[in-house]
Design a protein around this ligand. Structure first.
Ligand SMILES: CC(C)(COP(=O)(O)OP(=O)(O)OC[C@H]1O[C@@H](n2cnc3c(N)ncnc32)[C@H](O)[C@@H]1OP(=O)(O)O)[C@@H](O)C(=O)NCCC(=O)NCCS
Length: 367
């Protein structure tokens, strides 16, 4: 097990860097709870997050005082996610690590603890027998400079917000419409999505290597579970619909999406959208977006948010908004803008300068 004694300039005692054990994980989550628990009470938040403990995908790292193992000076969570990439041999598999929940308790801030923690996490990941291909930290504001100095390069992104305001958008009624599915009906879409992503990278010829974090079923359920738990806290019940799928009658091609409800920000987050064909899917996207907007409206949410929408997806959004905006007053509106928060910052294994393109950076891989 990795455990290191470290000295920090200006701090009298030596400190320990190690992989957290259960009690330290609970303390780490407790330190983060005021930032991340939102409407959940602290205990429920910790319990919900502890479900990830003991899975091989998740590790927690702490910098702690030498004498008191639960006196945590800085800590973070590292989630290992599956990755695929294009190569001359076709599509290959690897992993990446999402580093999240980085926190230093207020009384220990600005003494270099988070810096020391992240440098040691970097080193530990790089030295693993099977190191991740890259790691990602999602940051906002001044923290972007902080992680950039440590080697995680910001990858600016865009987002589309479709504001619904207080307009009531009914569930689509026409026969040729998208169908909703619950969280436990998601498996079809996620496994199809992963297979299709692999096929597309296999077919790629030439150009820079493309890398994609796989939108797996496991992580979809993980995100939906937490959002449902928050929803139950606020509304007493969890939303029934976790996504929508549209199958065109003529060609039987499909487009689908899955989402999470953020009742605190009053947003429906489209974590993943995908379609079976690469071209000509605008009308399909319009159908599933209409379903998403109706879901947001039914749940009292004000916006549907999508990260890094493609040109076809934006065209689909324009179609559905134009169709709903018949009176031009107070109707839905599309806002396309750069993203200033949750900016993914990426560091390749060993801090190498790699000429590769990270594609499909939707919200599914943000923890
Ligand atoms: C972000 C956070 C983890 C930094 O922890 P820390 O132990 O204070 O960080 P360090 O002491 O190693 O400082 C890291 C750098 O950030 C800068 N920094 C830290 N807090 C800052 C602040 N409030 N304003 C401006 N700069 C700040 C430091 O000056 C340092 O830069 P330097 O290396 O040029 O001196 C801590 O402030 C925190 O827990 N914040 C709340 C949780 C959060 O926002 N996490 C997201 C992190 S990506």
């Amino acid at each position: 097990m990795c455990k290191k004694l470290i000295s920090i300039a200006g701090f009298d005692e030596a400190v320990v860097f190690e992989r957290a054990q259960l009690e330290q994980v609970a303390q780490h989550l407790s330190n983060n709870s005021h930032l991340l628990a939102g409407m959940l009470d602290k205990e429920r938040y910790i319990l919900s997050q502890l479900r990830m403990y003991n899975t091989k995908d998740c590790s927690y790292w702490v910098l702690r005082s030498l004498c008191e193992p639960t006196n945590i000076l800085s800590s973070c969570t590292a989630v290992r996610v599956p990755v695929i990439f294009s190569s001359s041999k076709g599509c290959q598999s690897s992993t990446a690590t999402i580093i999240t929940d980085i926190a230093t308790p207020v009384e220990y801030r600005r003494q270099g603890f988070a810096t020391a923690l992240l440098k040691n996490v970097q080193e530990t990941l790089d030295k693993l027998d099977n190191p991740p291909m890259f790691s990602v930290i999602y940051t906002s504001g001044i923290h972007t400079d902080f992680v950039e100095k440590l080697g995680w390069k910001p990858q600016p992104g865009t987002r589309m917000r479709i504001s619904i305001g207080r307009t009531e958008i009914p569930r689509p009624a026409q026969a040729d419409r998208a169908q909703y599915y619950p969280a436990d009906g998601l498996q079809y879409a996620t496994s199809r999505d992963c297979n299709m992503s692999k096929q597309r990278l296999s077919a790629k010829r030439g150009g820079p290597t493309q890398v994609q974090i796989l939108p797996t079923h496991k992580f979809a359920l993980c995100k939906i579970d937490l959002s449902d738990m928050r929803a139950s806290e606020i509304h007493g019940s969890k939303p029934a619909a976790a996504g929508a799928v549209y199958t065109s009658r003529a060609f039987l091609t499909k487009a689908w999406m899955w989402w999470t409800h953020d009742f605190e920000a009053r947003q429906l987050h489209v974590c993943r959208f995908a379609s079976m064909r690469v071209e000509g899917m605008e009308a399909h996207y319009a159908k599933i977006l209409e379903a998403a907007m109706a879901e947001a409206s039914a749940c009292g949410l004000w916006e549907v948010v999508i990260w890094d929408p493609t040109a076809q997806f934006i065209a689909g959004a324009r179609m559905v908004v134009a169709a709903l905006n018949t009176d031009k007053l107070n109707g839905p509106e599309i806002i396309l803008e750069p993203r200033y928060d949750k900016i993914p910052c990426l560091r390749w294994r060993g801090g190498e300068d790699v000429a590769a393109e990270w594609i499909e950076r939707q919200m599914h891989s943000c923890f």
